[in-house]
Design a protein. Structure first.
Length: 462
């Protein structure tokens, strides 16, 4: 008879635990048991005695255990164009940077993806998302490069295969040489889904269909992309209602606001999420809530580009699914999602709801289960519950930066960026003591710097 393979278990105990389950269950002193790639148990006190197959016990005294962070919006390639156009609004920023981005190629995108993923993983992200929409002619296999970088880092990935087919000559913002044709964009998107999308529980790579924005794609591409996504059974993503300029653009070109325009092209539904959604009227929020359309809230980028303050408290009150996004690092140079927990809380308190806008636990929910719901993966990740994937993070809170804050969740959200002692994805550890275990960070830093310089030379920006 074949030998029965024993399940290997990892026990984490003696730490505070924020499960972020439906009841926000927390333990001041608790434990969690990983069995294979799943969470087997979580509860108060030490783990049960007599567990079989325990290969490691982690004494997590002084730590907070949370679900891994889930990033719902990013543009990895922008890692090599950080620090440019620092005093521009969105449209001027895009006009300044599109000619640079239109010269990217596969080695650049691979290095940039490595840098983006490394920074997020070191900061507690276990599920990442990349919206890549710039595909210059002859650029190589950009989607493959992104997937490869995520696989090497060990982070789950939702690759949103973007596209643009409305160039300057058609009234769009991108230069004509930076866009695809309608047919080419649809064909390449379908090929990406076929090659990389994994619909199974615990998948490491999933693909979404993601035309860039109302001001860079045609109505035909939006409508046909929605049909493609639903035929393939994958999710839909785009930018929406980010700025007042976008609102004006949509009214001038389409005779309606962004939400009504998206509705007219089949772009509202439980399988759709949009980035930013800063300028939303009550009727827009109601439409998102009614259809289950999700939102990726990117507070730092919205501030960097002076886009405004999204109505996150109103969205949550209406039942809109909301997660957090880093956004591209040409508009959020730090590239870290755990800082967005703090910024989401602080920036939303500058809005109409003031101190009642968000509290620390709602901020943590945005960055975990909220993001998992937006990506369609709430049954798998985003909270610490038995049967879910063992995607989790140990944050160290007993150092000078946090040790005098009694509430560990407040320490994580309001305090300085907490060190990550350990991060696990599907039970596999990817970070230890703030360093990546499977990627050489110093080598990534060197390669991203070299590729940034090469791009600057090609674009005449050196």
């Amino acid at each position: 008879m074949a030998a029965v393979q024993r399940v290997q278990r990892v026990v984490i105990e003696n730490c505070a635990v924020a499960t972020v389950d439906a009841h926000d269950t927390e333990y001041a002193d608790g434990h969690l048991v990983i069995a294979g790639d799943r969470i087997e148990s979580v509860g108060a006190g030490r783990a049960p005695d007599g567990l079989a197959g325990v290969v490691r016990r982690v004494d997590a005294t002084g730590h907070l255990l949370t679900p891994g962070l889930v990033n719902t919006h990013h543009h990895f390639y922008q890692w090599i164009t950080r620090g440019m156009a620092t005093d521009h609004n969105l449209f001027d920023w895009l006009v300044a940077l599109y000619p640079v981005w239109a010269r990217i190629d596969e080695p650049m995108v691979y290095a940039a993806a490595q840098g983006s993923l490394a920074m997020m993983a070191r900061g507690g992200v276990t599920t990442a998302m990349d919206h890549h929409y710039v595909y210059p002619r002859g650029c190589g296999d950009l989607s493959g490069a992104i997937v490869r970088a995520a696989r090497e880092t060990g982070v789950r990935l939702t690759l949103a295969r973007g596209s643009m087919d409305r160039g300057e000559s058609d009234g769009g913002l991108p230069p004509d040489f930076a866009v695809e044709t309608l047919d080419a964009a649809l064909a390449a998107t379908e090929a990406t889904v076929d090659e990389h999308h994994d619909a199974s529980f615990g998948a490491m790579t999933q693909v979404a269909v993601a035309p860039c924005s109302p001001f860079s794609v045609t109505t035909e591409l939006l409508a046909q992309a929605a049909e493609l996504a639903r035929r393939k059974g994958v999710r839909l993503h785009t930018h929406g209602s980010e700025t007042v300029e976008e609102e004006k653009f949509c009214h001038e070109l389409f005779g309606m606001g962004p939400t009504d325009y998206f509705a007219s092209t089949g772009w509202l539904g439980e399988d759709v999420w949009m980035a930013h959604c800063v300028h939303m009227k009550d009727s827009d929020i109601a439409a998102f809530a009614r259809t289950g359309t999700g939102v990726a809230h990117c507070p730092s980028s919205n501030a960097r580009l002076a886009a405004g303050i999204a109505r996150v408290p109103d969205m949550l009150a209406a039942g809109v699914p909301v997660g957090l996004g880093v956004d591209g690092t040409a508009s959020n140079e730090s590239g870290e999602l755990h800082t967005e927990l703090r910024n989401a809380l602080l920036i939303n308190r500058l809005g109409a709801h003031r101190e009642a806008a968000l509290d620390t636990r709602r901020a943590l929910r945005l960055g975990t289960i909220g993001g998992a719901r937006v990506l369609g993966r709430a049954a798998e990740t985003g909270s610490l519950e038995p049967g879910k994937l063992a995607d989790l993070v140990l944050w160290r809170l007993d150092t000078l930066a946090h040790s005098s804050i009694a509430d560990p969740v407040a320490a994580l959200v309001l305090g300085a960026a907490a060190p990550v002692t350990a991060s696990f994805v599907g039970g596999r550890q990817i970070v230890e003591d703030g360093r990546l275990l499977h990627v050489d960070e110093d080598a990534v830093a060197r390669s991203t710097r070299a590729e940034a310089r090469r791009l600057a030379r090609l674009a005449g920006r050196d």
